[in-house]
Write a protein that binds this ligand. Structure first.
Ligand code: UDP
Length: 325
């Protein structure tokens, strides 16, 4: 296939580009490099540009007969979305509309969309299935849910098939050590704890130890980025074969607490990890764990790296060996 990967220079997108290239597909990356890294997209051909540029989109679609589009380009910081919602609606919703309209104009009908567990809002059950109500509690989750909803209309009106993949906590790095997570500023737990292990940071703040969980810290479902890539390609194959749209929750099905992640980093890196317990972070639910049975059943997908020590080990290799990409 020839696939357009929008946001293919970012953390998950870059792993996807490599995954697709390894599977023998041709990949064009469209990325404005606002948060991505030029080198990270090297398994595809990079077009530097923005979804706001309709002329660029038209020429890209005219020059290439794409079989499908995967869309990873979005802002994804919950806190930032609370203080600057317009930035999130413009980029995550309005820019996505430009992309979808270009697809419709040029007859490309298969779309894989990076959605998020944040579309569910506060969890009402231990494990979250696709049937869980979607009531986002921040503009980031809201922006992703808006796209999920408008994709239903684009299917009805234009026959544009989509799969929305709701990620829980993406983690880990390319096992071959070529790619990894590199955000600036970094806000995610595993890379931050690894920065403590490598000496780039003095200590990690644990955002609250008084939650209703066994050790008092928040529990999240960390899923290896390679397992996410595997699910994306399986979702694309499923969509093209079935000619149906679908919505899938992608998680490990296992929860790990903040303290368990810190312990894992201690085990894997053999470094001490000083921490301090601070206030809870606004908007953090105590527990967020996926039920991914539907994706397993329909897509024939299984996680391969469900062990947190493996995710941490791959991310640690990246932290030690790459400062900037
Ligand atoms: N967390 C923490 N300290 C940090 C960063 C994160 O205790 O410096 C906690 C956070 O409260 C959450 C978990 O780690 O329970 C994962 O947070 P992250 O920002 O990595 O992902 P999110 O769950 O927000 O998508």
């Amino acid at each position: 296939m020839k696939i357009l990967v929008v946001g293919g220079a970012g953390y998950i997108g870059a792993h996807m580009v490599k995954w697709l290239a390894r599977a023998g597909h041709e990949v064009i990356v469209l990325d404005n490099l606002s948060t991505g890294h030029r080198d990270a997209a090297r398994y595809g051909s990079l077009v530097e540009g923005d979804l706001a540029d309709e002329w660029l989109l038209d020429s890209l679609f005219k020059d290439n007969q794409f079989d499908a589009v995967m869309h990873f380009a979005a802002f994804s910081l919950v806190g930032e979305s609370m203080v600057d919602p317009g930035k999130y609606y413009r980029n995550n919703v309005a820019a996505t509309l430009n992309l979808l309209d270009a697809m419709v104009r040029h007859g490309v009908r298969h779309f894989v969309f990076s959605s998020t567990a944040a579309t569910f809002g506060s969890p009402q059950s231990e494990r979250i299935t696709e049937a869980h109500p979607q009531q986002p509690i921040n503009p980031y989750g809201q922006s992703k849910l808006m796209v999920e909803r408008l994709l239903e209309d684009y299917d009805r009106a234009h026959g544009l098939k989509s799969t929305c993949l709701r990620y829980f906590n993406a983690a880990g790095a390319d096992p071959e050590g070529e790619l990894g997570e590199s955000h600036n500023p970094e806000t995610h737990l595993i890379p931050l704890v690894l920065q403590v292990a490598s000496g780039r940071r003095d200590r990690i703040s644990v955002f609250g130890d008084d939650y209703d969980t066994p050790d008092g810290s928040c529990i999240r479902d960390y899923i290896h980025v390679q397992d996410l890539c595997d699910a994306h390609l399986k979702a694309l194959d499923w969509m093209r074969l079935s000619e149906r749209s679908g919505r899938f929750n992608l998680g490990n099905g296992k929860g790990f607490s903040v303290f368990e992640v810190i312990d894992s980093v201690r085990r894997v890196t053999e470094h001490s990890i000083p921490y301090e317990v601070t206030d809870r972070r606004r908007g953090d639910p105590a527990r967020l764990v996926a039920d991914a049975a539907f994706a397993q059943e329909v897509l024939g997908w299984q996680t391969k790296y469900s062990d947190v020590d493996t995710m941490v080990a791959h991310a640690w290799w990246w932290e030690k060996n790459s400062i900037v990409i």
